[in-house]
Ligand binder design. Structure first.
Ligand SMILES: Nc1ncnc2c1ncn2[C@@H]1O[C@H](COP(=O)(O)OP(=O)(O)OP(=O)(O)O)[C@@H](O)[C@H]1O
Ligand SMILES: [Mg+2]
Length: 355
């Protein structure tokens, strides 16, 4: 049986409601006559639902009490209102109540409104639970991905790198053993050797992209600097970098996650933006508890609305992964982009002062 609480300063209204509710089959677990008592009682009794008069004398009023109860205690509130209280409805709407019941009460309306409210609450809780589970899953997957990347980076470096070096030596020694007049073959050896050298360079680059070692070794500031300068150089993009000292403020694991976010943002910039200028700024806020990174390019931009509405399976996952990583860090990612003007990405993360 669902447990319902009533908050109304009119004892007759409360009594009438209580009788109706009991007749319908609900358990009325408490009645309060002011906002203050209502909040206190809700805290003690923890009902499934509260019916609250929109207008209550004193502080907090009905609307403020409802707001407090819904945000702090996570208990749904339905407002009790009369036909003459139109001006309150506008304010009431802003606290997003679970419904309204009108005086004089009608059994059917009461039943339907309560039913919808309880259902909505139930759906909300389920949604929240599954969101939480999904977040746990992505945290886990990102951890797995990071370990796997590390493993592949090492393997590439050790196995493939070694094998290529061996090949290069072998070709060199074959070339040396060739008689002097075999110029054509010698030239071919040289070509193969150059090609291997290029492969070695590619493997190194791949391995470096995959491994967070650059962050671990140099710290986030230098790693970001390197990332931006290196990527921009190839694409002929002018860079400007303005960074407070981040390394001492942010723990290493978080630095790796932040680096990954920028790796994607910068890859996107190089891949999609056709920019000629990019800037990055990293700053603490005044209170010193939030660090913000702002990455701006002057490229072609894109239509975020279109991107958000696109549910096709072959759409990219980069922006989603960036957002997910930011949320896992307890931070937030804000993207604004204008077609023809460029893209701005703001990433904010809390600074853990204890750690
Ligand atoms: N800096 C940017 N400038 C212009 N367009 C961008 C920029 N960043 C992202 N976009 C647009 O947003 C889309 C989504 O980006 P997202 O990173 O999610 O996917 P992707 O880069 O296409 O694929 P993936 O990252 O999965 O390899 C891109 O396809 C591109 O059209
Ligand atoms: Mg991408």
């Amino acid at each position: 049986m669902h447990r319902i609480m009533i908050v109304d300063d009119d004892a007759f209204v409360s009594l009438e409601l209580s009788e109706l509710l009991t007749a319908i089959g609900y358990d009325v677990v408490g009645m309060a006559s002011s906002g203050k008592d209502g909040v206190e009682m809700a805290r003690d009794v923890r009902p499934d639902l509260i019916l609250m008069d929109v207008i209550l004398p004193g502080e907090p009023g009905g609307i403020e009490a409802a707001e407090e109860i819904m945000s702090q205690l996570d208990i749904p509130v339905i407002f009790i209102t009369g036909h003459t209280e139109e001006e309150f409805l506008h304010r009431a709407k802003q606290v997003e109540p679970f419904g309204y019941i009108l005086k004089p009460f009608q059994k059917i309306q009461l039943m339907a409104t309560i039913d919808i409210a309880l259902n909505k609450k139930n759906l909300e809780s389920q949604l929240r639970r599954s969101q939480k589970r999904l977040r746990q899953l992505s945290t886990y997957l990102i951890g797995v991905q990071e370990n796997e990347r590390k493993r592949i980076a090492l393997e590439l470096h050790d196995e493939v790198g070694q094998a290529l070096s061996f090949l290069k030596l072998s070709i060199g020694s074959i070339s040396k053993k060739l008689p002097k007049d075999q110029i054509e073959l010698k030239n071919e050896c040289k070509e193969i050797s150059d090609y291997i050298l290029q492969m070695v360079e590619n493997v190194r680059r791949l391995s470096r992209d995959l491994s967070p070692r650059i962050v671990e070794d140099l710290g986030l500031s230098s790693a970001l600097r390197w990332l931006i300068e290196n990527s921009s150089q190839h694409a002929n993009i002018e860079t400007s970098i303005e960074m407070d000292d981040i390394n001492s403020l942010i723990p290493k694991e978080v630095q790796v996650a932040l680096y990954r976010i920028f790796q994607e943002a910068i890859t996107n910039m190089v891949k999609h933006a056709k920019a000629t200028r990019v800037s990055i700024a990293a700053k603490k806020n005044k209170a010193g508890d939030i660090f913000s990174f702002i990455l701006k390019d002057n490229g072609v931009g894109f239509d975020l609305g279109e991107y958000m509405g696109d549910v096709s399976i072959d759409r990219g996952l980069g922006l989603t992964a960036m957002d997910e990583r930011a949320k896992i860090l307890g931070g937030s990612l804000e993207i604004s982009s204008q077609v023809g003007k460029g893209t701005k990405i703001t990433l904010s993360v809390p600074i853990n002062k204890g750690g």
